[in-house]
Design a protein around this ligand. Sequence first.
Ligand code: ARG
Length: 465
Amino acid sequence: MTDQFSRKASAWSARFSEPVSELVKRYTASVQFDRRLALHDIEGSLAHAEMLHSVGVLDEHDLEMISNAMARIRSEIERGEFRWSIDLEDVHLNIEKRLTDLAGDSGKRLHTARSRNDQVATDIRLWLRGSIDEIRTLLRTLRIALLDMAELNAETIMPGFTHLQVAQPVTFGHHLHAYSEMFGRDDERLVDCRRRVNRLPLGAAALAGTSYPIDRERVARALGFEGLCENSLDAVSDRDFAIEFCAAASLIMMHVSRLGEELVLWMSPRVAFIDLPDRFCTGSSIMPQKKNPDVPELARGKTGRVYGALVALLTLMKGQPLAYNKDNQEDKEPLFDTVDTLTATLTIFADMVRGIEVRAERMRAAAAEGFSTATDLADYLVRKGLAFRDAHEAVARAVRHAAERGVDLPDLSLDELRVFSPLVDADVTAALTLEGSVSARDHIGGTAPAQVRAAIARSRAALDQ
Ligand code: ARG
């Protein structure tokens, strides 16, 4: 009997009269990158073999031969001793070839009631499920770092900006808590996405199902899937679960990038709200004075490649007729790259956030400039009976006057302020202070230190659930 792998060492050789050219072999092979799925491929194969045995397709001897050979293959891979061959195209055929070398005819029976189409879809889902769990752990670590820093800075006053113009004073703790909220929603998206990733395609075979009496639920249980992909055509063809993950990953990177942008801005000597430890920065090869925030800049830059992966996968899918097409082999590299980028970025950000050195006096000085308590003065006049629009107008005139004099609102005397509204009294000073401004915003979601602390406590409790 001809060895099924003997020609070009492929699984479909008897149909062909000449081997594929070297160029085509290189062009169509995926083993260079999909070998990353190897352990999941083995896990899926073992569950499949066990099920085939339970329905009487494989006998005891076959199952034992397959299990033993797979255990050996796994340890060869883990020890880096497995010999990967591009002639065997992909991870599935590489492992299957080694299996038949070790387990003979029993090995050749493994592919009964299965196709690489449902096999690869299963492998990716298993791999992505594990990756999602790891990314969730990293997100959690980053959120704890943000919450710890936020708590330390629940009273640290900084200017809040709109249009990058000083708007109203806020606390740095409030600002950091905002990012914890963003990453919290990102985590919810991952949880939601994971439910749809975690369904079993195996059993769909090439596209139409199989004529063997398979037990898909048994395989799903063995592999920890929450359900089945219920249509065989859909099971082997769609990669929407991977696209959804890349969309969630893009949102995470978008949030990381905004934080990165702020860190860069805050670290600029012109702003100097913070400093970052030297270990996150690099120098310049020509300018000896430079200390550059390379890590946040690079994260901002890497956001682009994650968006790129999302667009690549959306585009990959859009023109494909049902069911499986070779196009889908292109799903892996963008997906792997997304997970790698996210993993590295979240790990380093959690560490970096803890390292932020806050320059509270610089933040405070910036908040004290730029008329940041103008809204508080307007609110004060409203409390004294003026309509808000009139109060707004009176304060606008006072700000203009102060700007012309080159001073800020708290620097104006009572008499000067009274020119703009006779309602101004001695108690106005409290309204014009930075502390008065932040502590007045005393409701859920407001920047008052007590509210920031309460919000942090709620976030921590949610993390512990
Ligand atoms: N390497 C292939 C992939 O990644 C495996 C499935 C191949 N199936 C096929 N019919 N050629 O999609």
